[in-house]
Design a protein around this ligand. Structure first.
Ligand code: TYR
Length: 254
C-alpha cells in the first residue's frame, strides 16, 4: 500500500551558472540607470570588429594570432565593441545601451585566460556627455556590485576607439575584511574617428549623418574575473569544463 501522507522526495533542481548571476547583477545595475540591454552577432565582419573602431590594419591589436578567422573572411568577435558600430548605424542619439555577450581570443588557455569569455560593453551618446559622466557611471556600478562604500579608480590607458582612454578598477572588500583594487576593464570618450566611421556607414545605407559633433563615452569589462572573485573560483577554465563538482555548487538557488 502507498502511504500518501509521506513527504515527497525533493526534485532535482538546476541552478544559474555563476556567469549568469554576475551578468544579472550588472544588468540590474544598468537598467536602474536607464540603459537598454542589447545583444549582437558573435560572427562578425572585420570592418565592424576593427576598422570602424579606429583599429587600422597595422595596429598591434590586429595581430592575426589573437583572432579566430573564418574561411569566408569573417571572424569571431574579439570584443563586444563592434556592437557600438552596429547600434549607432541603426539608431540616432541620445541613447544609453549595454551589450552583453561572448567574445573569442585565439590564445593559450591558463588559469586566467580562456579562448571564449564574456564581456559587458556600455555606450552612451548625446550632447555634452563628459568624462565625469563616465566616472560617475563606473562608480555607481562599483557601488552596485560591492556596496555603498565601494570606490572606482581610473588610470590613463590606450584603446584606439576612445580618446582619452582609461582602465578602471574598483576597490573591493571581501567578507573577511580583505581588500584590493580589482582591474575590471577599459573605457573612455568615443573617438571622433568612430563617429565618422558610423556616419560613413549610415550614409552608404541612405541614412542621415547624425554623429559628427556628438559626444559619448564607452566602457567594456570582462565578467569572469568578477565571478572568480565573488565565488572563490580559482581557475577560469572551471566555468566551462562542466565539472559537476564545480557547477553543482550553484544548484537549487534560483
Ligand atoms: N574592447 C576592449 C577590450 O576588449 C574594452 C573596451 C571597451 C575598452 C570599450 C574601451 C572602451 O571604450 O579589451
Amino acid at each position: 500500500a502507498i502511504d500518501v501522507t509521506l513527504p515527497g522526495l525533493p526534485l532535482p533542481a538546476g541552478g544559474l551558472h555563476p556567469i549568469s548571476r554576475v551578468l544579472d547583477d550588472l544588468i540590474g545595475i544598468y537598467r536602474q540607470m536607464g540603459y537598454a540591454v542589447i545583444e549582437g552577432p558573435e560572427v562578425e565582419e572585420e570592418h565592424y570588429n576593427f576598422e570602424a573602431l579606429n583599429v587600422p590594419w597595422y595596429h598591434p591589436a590586429r595581430d592575426l594570432q589573437d583572432t579566430f578567422w573564418l574561411e569566408d573572411g569573417r571572424l569571431l568577435r574579439t570584443h563586444t565593441s563592434p556592437m557600438q558600430i552596429r547600434y549607432m548605424v541603426d539608431h540616432e542619439p541620445p541613447f544609453k545601451i549595454v551589450v552583453r555577450g561572448k567574445v573569442y581570443r585565439y590564445e593559450a588557455t591558463d588559469a586566467t585566460h580562456e579562448a571564449m569569455f564574456h564581456q559587458l560593453e556600455g555606450l552612451v551618446v548625446g550632447d555634452g556627455i563628459s568624462m565625469s559622466d563616465l566616472k560617475g557611471t563606473i562608480a555607481e556600478m562599483a557601488r552596485g556590485l560591492y556596496g555603498a562604500s565601494a570606490k572606482a579608480r581610473f588610470q590613463p590607458s590606450y584603446y584606439p576607439f576612445v580618446e582619452p582612454g582609461a582602465d578602471f578598477a574598483v576597490y573591493w572588500e571581501n567578507p573577511r575584511g580583505e581588500s584590493k583594487w580589482l582591474e575590471l576593464g577599459g573605457c573612455g570618450m568615443v573617438h571622433p574617428n568612430v563617429f565618422k566611421a558610423v556616419d560613413d556607414l549610415r550614409e552608404a545605407a541612405g541614412k542621415d549623418r547624425v554623429y559628427e559633433g556628438k559626444t559619448g563615452f564607452a566602457f567594456g569589462l570582462g565578467l569572469e574575473r568578477i565571478a572568480m572573485l565573488k565565488y572563490g573560483i580559482p581557475d577560469i577554465r572551471y566555468f566551462y569544463a562542466n565539472d559537476p563538482r564545480v557547477i553543482g555548487q550553484f544548484r537549487g538557488e534560483l
